[in-house]
Design a protein around this ligand. Structure first.
Ligand SMILES: NC(=O)c1ccc[n+]([C@@H]2O[C@H](COP(=O)([O-])OP(=O)(O)OC[C@H]3O[C@@H](n4cnc5c(N)ncnc54)[C@H](OP(=O)(O)O)[C@@H]3O)[C@@H](O)[C@H]2O)c1
Length: 582
């Protein structure tokens, strides 16, 4: 908590004290700070007849930011925001939706809103990119003075005490700042910095910067008083509205008493998500691997299914229904195809079917040499329309595999069975060569098997050593349903620092590959099909080395055994208790 500002107590502006100003003068003084702030914001600059902002003019530190996502519990966001800003209205305490990880996550002023802070930071960690950063800024609402001028009975102090009491009663503490660092460490962040800033209340400090901070802090305190207290004091502490108003008048009066030098602290903690497993990306033996023939397994309907697939979700996921084609994805899919990937995994929900279709068209590879999967998500209640829409976006006449993306939308067994019956019709129509499901648990499979005319060919599930799913896999395999694994690299991407790290590193050295290939090979040794992805050609080429060596049965067993010691579910986690391994 090294903070140079804390070394010396704040010095007082003696001149101001000597003047013994009254309440009205103080209000005028604060008003002048407010005016100075708004004039810097609205001091527009006019060039060639157009108006430009001048507040922090030319200081956009991140001009190439692709997208900024803001989150709020209420739909109160302005519409006049830059085109790369979008808002989501959601509760950050709920499970965060599946999406690509962020380069930077920033949270501020959340005290009084969050009940499970450790979980909040863990969720942030799980959606921070490897190498990315997250920052948490918050108050620690305890009032103090450095010179003993704050005495018992002070109404500002009482206000803080009551606010703390109310917020603790509803399990949303306002004393969070001092804990942020520990929560960040526990969540897994590295390279953590913790800075503490003193916020004086009022213009009493001598130092001009602290005086200004004190003025703004006073303004926000006075203006926020009612917002902080009306609901909490009446609904939680049982006060009447009138009682609160009378008390707030006393609080305002004590807040403006220049002879009492109150301070509270503001904490800033930031940390990085490091890749704990230091993966040395070994250049693949490209000449030997150029255009490898990816082996296939046979599905229960006789279709040949390539055992490694390239996915267009996760890192590529597009938000909203943006019509703009992401050329980077088109080029990467073409690169994947050039490297030998002939199994391409898409979904309605990824928003990337147009890119996949464009890449297939531009790849020059004939349609029958590619195996294309898509999944129905949001349109699951109208499957005939969904497959037509997907085929249109993919610019294809048929897909090789059509999946129901997840079972969690269905409220009744019948709904799931009807959806499966509709998927069977898609196969019968020739619009999909094979059909299957994704993210189904044993109970969901049992439900559709009761009425199915066609047994699903696959169940595509998150599968890796830290999520091995109890008896799901033996069950589905016994029914002839192949296991397709996604998220196979999670032990070295999102769930690093686990019991497998050392073994993966040893095996990577032994076979002259990266940890990623060891993980992919582990799934292949278990006869599963793996779907993976990357935005990098080198890595995509590297993954294919998983086809060039074999793990011994003992090594496979060792990975399985060590993996059982940790549990991590990265996708659809909102549908499961945190310790649910089904
Ligand atoms: N059915 C479903 O519900 C579902 C859910 C999730 C995914 N999927 C499918 O599965 C595909 C694969 O996604 P996934 O998340 O499961 O992929 P994954 O194979 O677990 O991980 C791939 C990601 O790991 C990163 N990566 C690989 N090696 C790394 C290393 N050594 N250090 C740091 N990062 C590394 C890659 O990043 P770079 O881009 O930086 O190389 C890439 O983004 C998706 O695209 C989608 O098609 C399906």
């Amino acid at each position: 908590m090294a903070d140079p500002e804390r070394r010396q107590p704040l010095l007082l502006d003696e001149d101001l004290l000597a003047e013994d100003q009254d309440d009205e003068t103080y209000s005028d003084e604060l008003q002048s700070y407010r005016t100075s702030l708004s004039s810097t914001v609205t001091d527009y600059k006019w060039t060639h007849g157009r108006r430009f902002h001048s507040y922090r003019e030319g200081t956009d530190a991140f001009p190439s930011l692709e997208k900024v996502v803001g989150n709020d519990l209420s739909p109160i966001q302005p519409s006049w925001v830059p085109p790369n800003v979008e808002f989501e209205v959601d509760d950050v305490e709920s499970e965060w939706p599946e999406r690509p990880p962020f380069d930077f996550i920033h949270s501020r002023y959340m005290c009084g809103s969050i009940s499970d802070w450790p979980k909040f930071l863990r969720q942030a960690y799980s959606q921070t990119k490897v190498g990315g950063w997250a920052e948490f800024q918050d108050f620690h609402l305890v009032n103090y003075s450095e010179d003993g001028t704050l005495k018992e009975g002070n109404n500002v102090n009482k206000f803080y005490e009551l606010l703390r009491e109310a917020c603790e009663k509803i399990n949303r503490p306002v004393t969070v700042g001092v804990n942020l660092k520990k929560w960040a460490e526990d969540a897994g962040f590295e390279n953590i910095e913790h800075k503490v800033f003193r916020l004086p209340l009022g213009t009493w400090p001598r130092d001009p910067r602290m005086k200004e901070i004190g003025a703004f802090n006073m303004l926000q305190f006075l203006e926020g008083l009612e917002a902080f207290s009306i609901a909490t004091f009446t609904q939680v502490l049982g006060w009447s509205y009138e009682e609160v108003q009378v008390f707030l008048a006393l609080v305002r009066k004590d807040a403006k008493n220049r002879r009492v030098h109150m301070i509270h602290d503001f904490h800033v903690v930031y940390g990085q998500r490091e890749n704990l497993v230091k993966v040395t990306c070994i250049p693949p033996k490209i000449p030997a691997m150029a255009n490898p023939k990816i082996p296939t397994i046979q599905l229960n309907d006789g279709t040949a299914f390539p055992i490694i697939g390239y996915g267009t979700g996760t890192a590529w996921f597009k938000r909203g229904d943006s019509p703009a084609v992401n050329r980077a994805l088109v080029e990467t899919v073409k690169t994947a195809v050039k490297l030998g990937y002939n199994h391409l995994d898409g979904a309605e929900g990824y928003g990337t079917e147009p890119e996949l279709g464009q890449a297939i068209e531009e790849s020059g590879v004939s349609r029958d040499e590619l195996f294309v999967t898509t999944k129905v998500g949001a349109s699951v209640r109208d499957i005939p329309a969904a497959i037509d829409a997907s085929l249109k976006k993919l610019k294809l006449d048929y897909v090789d595999l059509f999946l129901i993306h997840n079972p969690f939308w269905a409220n009744t067994e019948e709904e799931l069975q009807e959806a499966w019956a509709a998927v069977e019709k898609v196969k019968a129509s020739g619009k999909a060569r094979s059909i299957g499901v994704s993210n189904f648990l044993k109970s969901h499979l049992e439900t559709i098997l009761k009425t199915a005319k066609v047994i699903p060919s696959v169940n595509q599930i998150e599968f890796h050593p830290y999520l091995q799913h109890g008896d799901l896999v033996p069950f589905q395999e016994s029914k002839g349903i192949k296991t397709v694994s996604y998220g196979g690299l999670i032990p070295i991407t999102r769930a690093t620092g686990g019991p497998l790290d050392a073994l993966l590193s040893t095996l990577a050295k032994k076979y002259g590959v990266n940890e990623s290939e060891i993980l992919l090979r582990w799934s292949l040794e278990r006869k599963y099909v793996v779907i993976t992805t990357s935005s990098k050609e080198l890595r995509l080429a590297s993954y294919l080395q998983a086809l060039t060596f074999e793990l011994t049965p003992k090594e496979v067993e060792e990975i399985s055994h060590l993996g059982q010691q940790k549990h991590y579910r990265a996708f659809w986690a909102g549908n499961f208790a945190s310790d649910d391994r089904s």
